[in-house]
Write a protein that binds this ligand. Structure first.
Ligand code: ACO
Length: 150
């Protein structure tokens, strides 16, 4: 497994992380609309209310500021003997920290959570430009993504 630089550490997302720059790190990924802290905490609590379903993790620096984020969502199925699938979502590393293996470390941690939860596979969607990154994380290209926006 990739080691983290000494001044950084990895931990689960906490209910106080709105104040530690969670949304600003996510904004390197896509458009983020700030819902305010109360609504952010309500969403955090709603996700936690579904046990063993959402696992969000963060990497923080020496001042506890968030520098990388990621989530795995555990989907229950009727097939594969009532199997489960891990969906990796919303991976983002702060611009100033990209290229230092933090993304790899986040993916390793989320894949480990998925495997330890008994998921028979772990999947994700990404742009063509991120394919080499996920290949370096041990993933392979399979099938196609389809989307329909509301
Ligand atoms: N193209 C080719 N290789 C890449 C790329 C890329 N775009 N990104 C990383 N790599 C390589 C690195 O060079 C490194 O290779 P090495 O082991 O040979 O040195 C390896 O992949 C691991 O890279 P990390 O240093 O761990 O990458 P980083 O910490 O920068 O994280 C990430 C990669 C998450 C894509 C980051 O750059 C980022 O946040 N980008 C913007 C947001 C984004 O695109 N997120 C992913 C969306 S897909 C999803 O969320 C499921």
């Amino acid at each position: 497994k990739a080691a983290l630089p000494q001044d950084l550490h990895i931990r689960p997302l906490a209910s106080s992380d709105y104040r530690r720059g969670h949304l600003s790190v996510l904004s390197v990924l896509t458009v983020v609309t700030d819902p305010g802290e109360a609504a952010w905490v309500a969403q955090f609590n709603a996700m936690r209310a579904a046990p063993r379903t959402y696992y969000s993790i963060v990497i923080v620096d020496h001042s506890d500021k968030i520098v990388a984020v990621g989530t795995v969502f555990v989907e229950r199925k009727f097939l594969r003997g009532l199997g489960t699938v891990g969906h990796i979502e919303d991976i983002a590393v702060d611009k100033s920290q990209q290229g230092k293996k933090l993304g790899l470390r986040i993916i390793q941690a989320l894949s480990g959570i998925s495997e330890n939860s008994g998921c028979y596979k772990t999947i994700l969607n990404c742009s063509d430009s991120n394919i080499p990154f996920y290949q370096k994380c041990g993933f392979e290209k399979k099938e196609n993504e389809m989307a329909k926006y509301a």
